[in-house]
Design a protein around this ligand. Structure first.
Ligand SMILES: Nc1ncnc2c1ncn2[C@@H]1O[C@H](COP(=O)(O)OP(=O)(O)O)[C@@H](O)[C@H]1O
Ligand SMILES: [Mg+2]
Length: 250
């Protein structure tokens, strides 16, 4: 069964960068294939990993609804979705990527969504790791379109708004019925001298402090140039992610 690491937090705190660095770490150090799950409609994870996405689950969902009356004879809706899902997984060396895309429009999607969830869960079992970059709203979590999460990482920077968002996520996860294994807090891009204060402000949350990732000029440069973070060499952010993964027991 795959181990699932989900990254969430307020927009701009560095969720996508942290998810990409975790995937980079696993690609280098862990055995087994990794599924990168881009659950943000902007599909930024694919971009920072340098992977091209042609089609998303959102596209497949719309297509299924549009095509449902024209399916080839003998092909069920279910078979159509399962085949479609395998088609949209982008395969690269050791890391495959699946983009969720937009959430649904006004149609009736329950049936399609249920099938998608079942097939996604089946797909996950083919991997050792699933790393999920979520949008801030945690929509997939709250609507239970996400499967079980082993480690949930909530990213904050030194902004009080990021902490407010972390607090909402903490509450949401506490209220949810679907199990989340461990919950962690990562402080990203905050100056060293503020980390203790940020941690103190988050002390009432159920999140365990996992680590601090400093602002990393080498990372910024890669993103600025549109280059894949797979190409990032030893740098402060890379080192900190390595330490955090060790702490998580990965
Ligand atoms: N540790 C870091 N050092 C330098 N730049 C960072 C770091 N973390 C994130 N960034 C940059 O900050 C911006 C926002 O990060 P991003 O991962 O896109 O946030 P989110 O996914 O939470 O919206 C991006 O330009 C990203 O490259
Ligand atoms: Mg993002």
């Amino acid at each position: 069964m795959a181990r699932t690491i989900a990254v969430t937090g307020k927009g701009g705190t560095g969720k996508t960068a942290i998810a990409a660095l975790i995937i980079r770490h696993l690609k280098q150090h862990a055995a087994g294939p990794i599924l990168a799950l881009d659950a943000d409609p902007d599909a930024n994870l694919a971009t920072v990993l340098g992977i091209r996405v042609e089609k998303t689950i959102g596209d497949l969902r719309e297509e299924t609804l549009a095509e449902v009356k024209n399916l080839p004879a003998g092909m069920s809706k279910s078979a159509y979705i399962e085949a479609g899902l395998h088609q949209i997984v982008v395969e690269t060396e050791k890391v495959d990527l699946l983009a969720m895309g937009r959430s649904e429009g006004p149609g009736c999607y329950c049936y399609v969504n249920n099938l998608l969830r079942d097939f996604s869960e089946k797909l996950h079992t083919a991997y050792q790791w699933v790393v999920m970059d979520n949008e801030a709203g945690m929509e997939h979590l709250s609507r239970r379109t996400a499967s079980r999460i082993d480690s949930l990482i909530v990213v904050v920077n030194d902004s009080p708004l990021a902490l407010d968002c972390a607090r909402r996520i903490d509450q949401l996860v506490t209220d949810l019925k679907n199990p989340v294994g461990k919950r962690y807090l990562v402080v990203n891009m905050a100056p060293e001298e503020r980390v203790a204060a940020v941690r103190a402000r988050a002390a009432d949350l159920t999140l365990e402090f996992l680590g601090h990732v400093p602002r990393d000029p080498a990372l910024e440069e890669k993103v600025f140039n549109g280059e894949s973070l797979f190409g990032l060499d030893e740098s402060p952010a890379v080192r900190r992610i390595g330490e955090m993964m060790a702490r998580m027991g990965e």
